[in-house]
Design a protein around this ligand. Structure first.
Ligand SMILES: Nc1nc2c(ncn2[C@@H]2O[C@H](COP(=O)(O)OP(=O)(O)O)[C@@H](O)[C@H]2O)c(=O)[nH]1
Ligand SMILES: [Mg+2]
Length: 665
C-alpha cells in the first residue's frame, strides 16, 4: 500500500511521516535550510512488528510526502497519482487553508476513496479548538471522495494519536485487495531520477499496472520511435532489493546503459505491448485523449469548450485544450461530460488513467477525469457512432466493454489498438470475445455486423453481374471497394473466405463471382473454344478480333461472338474493346508489364511508357490501359494510370507465365 500526504504548507506533513516511519523525507539542502518540502519524499513502514529479512515488498507501507506550497501543486500531483490511501493534514492552529482545499480537490478528482483526515499540532490548541477544527475538516470533506472518512487528532510533539494512526494504516493495508494478474502490461510513472554509485541510473515511481522482473526489456515513453529500449538491471520495491515488483508498489528501477539526463519525471517505463498508446505528437496535429470529465463542484463558473488547462496525468503535466463532446459547450460545476483533451506535446496515457486539470495559470484545480481513449480521433469526434464507442469504453467490466465496443464497431475492431490503449499485455483471447464474433488476427467483427457485411457483399456482387454480364466478376479488391470500402481489410478477407468456404461465392483466380454466374459451355461452344485457343495465343499483344477468328476457323460470326462472350464470362478471355479478345495468359503478361512500368515510375503508367514497353501502337496501348482501369488493376488519375497497390490481379499468373504466351489450359 502506498500512502500519500496532502495539505497546506507547514501543517506538519513531513513531521508526521517522520513520526510514523522515523524517516526524514526532507533531504535536499535547500529543504533543510528553508524548512519546507520542495521535492517528493519517500519513506517506508514495516507492517509486521519485526521486519523479516526475506519478506516481500507486500508487507510494507510506502509513504509519499508531498510539498504543500501553492506553487508546487504539480509536484504534489506527480506524487498523489497512484497512491492508495490519502492523509489529508490540517493543522489545529491554522485550520482549513487554501491548499487544504486544493489538495482535497486533487485527491477527490483522482478518485481516492481511501483516506483519513489528520488534525496535526494537537498540542498547540485547547480541546475546544481541536474539536472545532476536526468538525470543520469533516464538513470540508462532504461532497468529496473522502466524505465520511475518519478524523484523527495527532501531535508529533507529544506522540498523541500516532499509534492510533499507525493502527488505522495497518488495517487499511491489510484490507487492500491484493492485485492479481489482471492482464495489464507493466507501467511505471517516473517521478524521480538519480545516479547511485555502483548501480548507475535509477528511476523511481509508482507501478501503475503489471509486473516487472530484473532483466526485463522496457521502453521509455513518450520518446522517438516508440521510446528507447532499456534493460532492468536491478529492482527495489518498497525500498527492498527484489527480483520482481508489481502494481501498487513504490519501485526503484536500476537502468542499464542510460544516463541520468536520458530520463525525465513524467516519462513512463512500460512493457512493449503498452507502447503504442504513448505517442509522439503527429507532425501536423495533436495528441487527443478522450475522457469522462467532472468539473469540481466548488468551481465558481462552468468550464467552457476551448479552455486552456494544465493536464496532469501520471507524473506528467502538459498544457492542453478542453473540447466538450456532449451536452453543449459548457460544463456546470459538479457535472460530468465526455470531453477531448487536445495536447500538443507527447503524453503517455492509457484507458482508466486518472487526469486532473488545473487552470492555465496553474492557480486552481478545476476538474478531473478518467481516460477512455488515449488515441482519440480529431474528426467525427462527436458523431453518435463515436459517442456510442465512448459509452462502451466507459463500461467498468472488461468483458462488457469489449462486447459493447464490438457492437459499436460496424467496420471491425482493431484488437491491437484496443489492447495498447487499455495497456494490456496481450491481445484479448478469442474466448474473451462474444461467441460468433468473426476474428482474423488482430481484427474482430461482431456477429451481427458480419452478417450485414456479408449481405452487402452478396448484394454488390449480384449488381455487378447484372451490369457486367460479360465479365466473370470483380476481383476481390475491387469487390471490397464496391461493397465494403471502409471495412478493415483483414475482416473483409475473413468474410470473403467464409463465403467461399460456405459455397455462397466462388473464387476463380483473383475473380469473385456468384456460383450461378459461372457459365457452362455447350458442346459446340466447347469445340470452337478449343479451335480458337492457339489462334488467340498467337495473336500476342495485339489481341484477336471475333470476325478474324470466325473467318480463320470457318465458323459463323454470330456463333463465334457468343462463344467468345461466354469464355469471357468464365474469366478465360478478356474483351478489351468490342469484339477484341485476349486470353488470360496474355493479359497476365501485359499486366506484369504494366506493373513493371509502374514500379519504375512511382506507380504511374502513361500511355507512352506502356506503348514503348509493349511495342504496341498508341491506340491499342490506351485501350489496354483503359481495360486495366475497368478491371481494377490500375486507376485513372488525370492523364495517367496508377497501379492499385491492393490489386492482386494476375500476380501469380504473371510470375508463373514468365512472359511466354500460352493458350488458356
Ligand atoms: N507543536 C507541533 N509542531 C509541529 C507538529 N508537527 C509539525 N510541527 C512543526 O510545524 C512545522 C512544519 O512542519 P512540516 O512537517 O515541515 O510541515 P509540512 O510543510 O506540512 O511538511 C515544523 O516546524 C514542525 O516542527 C506538531 O504536531 N506539533
Ligand atoms: Mg513538508
Amino acid at each position: 500500500m502506498i500512502v500519500g500526504t496532502a495539505g497546506h504548507i507547514d501543517h506538519g506533513k513531513t513531521t508526521l511521516v517522520r513520526a510514523l516511519t522515523g524517516v526524514d523525507t526532507d533531504r535536499l539542502p535547500e529543504e533543510k535550510k528553508r524548512g519546507i518540502s520542495i521535492e517528493l519524499g519517500y519513506a517506508f513502514l514495516d507492517l509486521s512488528a519485526q521486519a523479516e529479512p526475506d519478506a516481500g515488498a507486500g508487507d510494507r507501507i510506502g509513504f509519499i510526502d508531498v510539498p504543500g506550497h501553492e506553487r508546487l501543486v504539480h509536484t504534489m500531483l506527480a506524487g498523489a497519482t497512484g497512491i492508495h490511501f490519502a492523509l489529508l493534514l490540517v493543522a489545529a492552529d491554522d485550520g482549513v487553508m487554501p491548499q487544504t482545499r486544493e489538495h482535497l480537490a486533487v485527491l477527490s478528482l483522482l478518485g481516492l476513496g481511501q483516506g483519513a483526515v489528520v488534525v496535526t499540532k494537537a498540542d498547540r490548541v485547547d480541546a475546544a479548538r481541536l474539536a472545532a477544527v476536526c468538525a470543520e475538516a469533516a464538513v470540508l470533506c462532504q461532497g468529496s471522495s473522502l466524505a465520511g472518512c475518519p478524523v484523527l487528532a495527532v501531535s508529533a510533539v507529544t506522540g498523541q494519536g500516532v499509534s492510533e494512526l499507525q493502527a488505522l494504516l495497518r488495517r487499511a493495508a491489510a484490507a487492500l485487495p491484493r492485485g492479481g494478474d489482471d492482464g495489464r502490461a507493466f507501467r511505471l510513472a517516473v517521478d524521480r531520477v538519480f545516479t547511485l554509485d555502483g548501480v548507475g541510473t535509477v528511476a523511481t515511481g509508482t507501478v501503475h499496472a503489471g509486473r516487472v522482473q530484473v532483466g526485463d526489456e522496457l521502453r521509455l515513453v513518450p520518446g522517438e520511435a516508440g521510446g528507447r529500449s532499456v534493460r532492468v538491471r536491478s529492482l527495489r520495491a518498497q525500498n527492498r532489493e527484489v527480483l520482481a515488483a508489481a502494481a501498487g508498489e513504490r519501485c526503484a528501477v536500476g537502468l542499464a546503459g542510460l544516463s541520468k539526463d536520458d530520463v525525465q519525471r513524467g516519462q513512463w517505463l512500460v512493457a512493449a505491448p503498452a507502447v503504442l498508446a504513448a505517442r509522439e505528437a503527429p507532425r501536423a496535429g495533436a495528441i487527443r485523449v478522450d475522457v469522462r470529465l467532472r468539473l469540481w463542484h466548488e468551481e465558481a463558473k462552468p468550464l467552457r469548450s476551448g479552455t486552456v488547462v494544465h493536464v496532469h496525468l501520471g507524473a506528467e503535466d502538459r498544457l492542453g485544450t478542453v473540447a466538450l463532446l456532449e451536452g453543449g459547450d459548457s460544463l456546470a460545476p459538479g457535472a460530468t461530460a465526455l470531453a477531448q483533451l487536445v495536447l500538443h506535446e507527447p503524453l503517455g496515457a492509457w484507458a482508466g488513467d486518472r487526469v486532473v486539470l488545473r487552470d492555465a495559470a496553474a492557480t486552481r484545480t478545476v476538474a478531473g477525469g478518467i481516460v477512455l481513449d488515449p488515441m482519440a480521433p480529431s474528426r467525427y469526434r462527436r458523431t453518435p457512432e463515436r459517442l456510442a464507442e465512448l459509452a462502451a469504453l466507459d463500461l467498468p467490466d472488461a468483458g462488457a466493454r469489449l462486447a459493447a465496443l464490438l457492437c459499436a464497431a460496424p467496420l471491425g475492431l482493431d484488437l491491437r489498438r484496443y489492447a495498447a490503449a487499455q495497456g494490456l499485455q496481450a491481445l484479448p483471447a478469442t474466448a474473451a470475445l462474444p461467441s460468433h464474433t468473426l476474428r482474423e488476427g488482430d481484427w474482430a467483427l461482431d456477429a451481427q455486423h458480419a452478417e450485414a457485411a456479408r449481405a452487402a457483399l452478396l448484394g454488390a456482387l449480384g449488381r455487378f453481374h447484372e451490369r457486367q454480364p460479360d465479365e466473370l466478376g470483380p476481383d476481390a479488391a475491387r469487390l471490397r471497394r464496391l461493397a465494403l470500402p471502409r471495412l478493415a481489410e483483414p475482416a473483409y478477407r475473413a468474410l470473403l473466405a467464409g463465403l467461399v468456404h460456405d459455397g455462397r461465392v466462388t473464387l476463380r483466380g483473383a475473380f469473385v463471382h456468384l456460383p450461378e454466374h459461372g457459365v457452362r459451355l455447350s458442346a459446340s461452344e466447347e469445340r470452337i473454344a478449343q479451335k480458337v485457343a492457339p489462334k488467340l495465343a498467337d495473336a500476342g499483344f495485339e489481341g484477336a478480333w471475333a470476325r478474324d477468328l470466325a473467318r480463320d476457323s470457318g465458323e459463323s460470326e454470330p456463333l463465334m461472338r457468343t462463344t467468345l462472350a461466354r469464355l469471357a464470362q468464365r474469366g478465360e478471355l478478356h474483351q478489351v474493346v468490342k469484339d477484341l479478345y485476349y486470353p488470360q495468359a496474355t493479359m497476365a503478361t501485359l499486366a506484369g508489364i504494366a506493373r513493371a512500368v509502374g514500379a519504375q515510375q512511382e506507380g504511374v503508367v502513361t500511355a507512352a511508357s506502356f506503348r514503348d514497353a509493349t511495342q504496341l501502337g498508341r491506340k491499342r496501348a490506351i485501350q489496354l490501359l483503359e481495360h486495366f482501369d475497368r478491371i481494377g488493376l490500375t486507376r485513372r488519375v488525370g492523364d495517367v494510370h496508377r497501379v492499385r497497390a491492393d490489386s492482386t490481379l494476375y500476380l501469380a499468373e504473371a510470375a508463373a507465365g514468365e512472359g511466354s504466351l500460352r493458350a488458356p489450359a
